[in-house]
Design a protein around this ligand. Structure first.
Ligand SMILES: [Zn+2]
Ligand SMILES: [Zn+2]
Length: 334
């Protein structure tokens, strides 16, 4: 290891978090670090006191919810309950961090989609997915309901109050379904610059995802109409339009694609063609493009299927979070 890197690593391990009740900081390979301290009796009750204003996007109303109860609905909506418990716990911490980082109560900007002041909304394309736990449980087989609800509750309660920080600040704990083998940097997806704890890195844990690889055929006519382009149709003209990657993202996805004369951002392609991700290769023929795609979602931060795969290999939720958000600390807030 480079000596500078080793010093940074040490600094990470011994960092003192300036949040109340900092319990533990993990660095890379923090397996020997102390476990979180036992809570004093009644501490959980205090944690349960944080109330959020949640904009229920489908009902167009803002309701107040207890943070930890709200998180049960997020974990239920965001991850299959069959996932390993340690993956559900990693999801609970990521969702709690994401929520509080956005929450107006802690100085975040809140949800800008809501018509009135709200901390967060239930629209997964804007904030994060959420389902009424009662409604969510109703979708499970009746004989499994109690066991599954207990599992979700356990994931939230065993991580109660725990959040991720970087240099003393709550992190942007973004996550996605399946990276397909390599995570992405945030600047390839959103405006803003690089973020130290959101690097692009190989993910060896999500190959069991149904979204790991997928195929899709897009006819030339469909490509032209979806992208509103005037393309020559090979079956008629005998000429295949040019398709080539103009810019690749740091995470190996399509940043910009030339289609005919036009250059289209990968994000726009994903939206307009309904692609599971912007990581793809293709073969072209007279009919159109046969795409082979990797993963599902933007690819930044925690890979949910990866978390499940890592947990199945014996990794704890702390190790999973340390892998997907390297250099961050797990702390407990009051
Ligand atoms: Zn929102
Ligand atoms: Zn992955």
């Amino acid at each position: 290891m480079h000596r500078g890197a080793a010093l940074v690593l040490l600094a990470t391990v011994f960092i003192v978090i300036l949040l109340p009740s900092a319990i533990v900081a993990f660095g890379r390979g923090g397996a020997s670090l102390p476990e979180p301290q036992e809570e004093e009796e009644g501490a959980e009750r205090e944690n349960a006191g944080l109330t959020l204003r949640v904009f229920e996007a489908d009902k167009d109303r803002v309701v107040e919810m207890d943070l930890e109860e709200y998180l049960m609905g997020v974990v239920m909506a965001e991850m299959p309950v069959e996932f390993a418990l340690e993956a559900l716990k990693a999801q609970a911490v990521a969702a709690r961090t994401f929520t509080l980082q956005r929450s107006r109560r802690l100085g975040g900007e809140g949800c800008r989609k809501a018509p009135e002041a709200a901390d967060i909304c239930t629209d997964s394309t804007h904030c994060q997915d959420w389902i009424d736990p009662e409604l969510g449980a109703g979708r499970w087989p009746a004989e499994k309901r109690e066991e599954y609800l207990d599992k979700i509750r356990q994931a939230v309660q065993e991580t109660a109050g725990e959040v991720l920080t970087f240099e003393g600040e709550l992190i942007e704990a973004v996550y996605h379904s399946t990276c397909g083998g390599e995570t992405e940097v945030p600047q390839a997806v959103w405006s803003g610059g690089p973020v130290a704890y959101l690097p692009s890195q190989p993910c060896p844990y999500c190959a069991h995802s149904p979204h790991y690889r997928s195929q899709m055929e897009v006819a030339w006519e469909k490509l032209a109409s979806s992208l509103e382009l005037d393309l020559p149709i090979p079956a008629v003209s005998g000429v295949q339009p040019t398709v080539k990657v103009v810019q690749e993202t740091p995470g190996g996805r399509v940043g910009q694609l030339q289609v005919g004369e036009a250059v289209i951002p990968g994000k726009e392609l994903r939206l307009k063609l309904g692609l599971p991700s912007t990581a793809f290769e293709w073969e072209a023929d007279d009919q159109g493009l046969r795409l082979t795609l990797r993963g599902y979602g933007h690819g930044v931060g925690l890979c949910q299927y990866g978390a499940d795969g890592a947990a199945s290999q014996g990794k704890s939720y702390r190790e999973i979070l340390d892998f997907y958000y390297p250099g961050c600390s797990l702390v407990k807030i009051d």
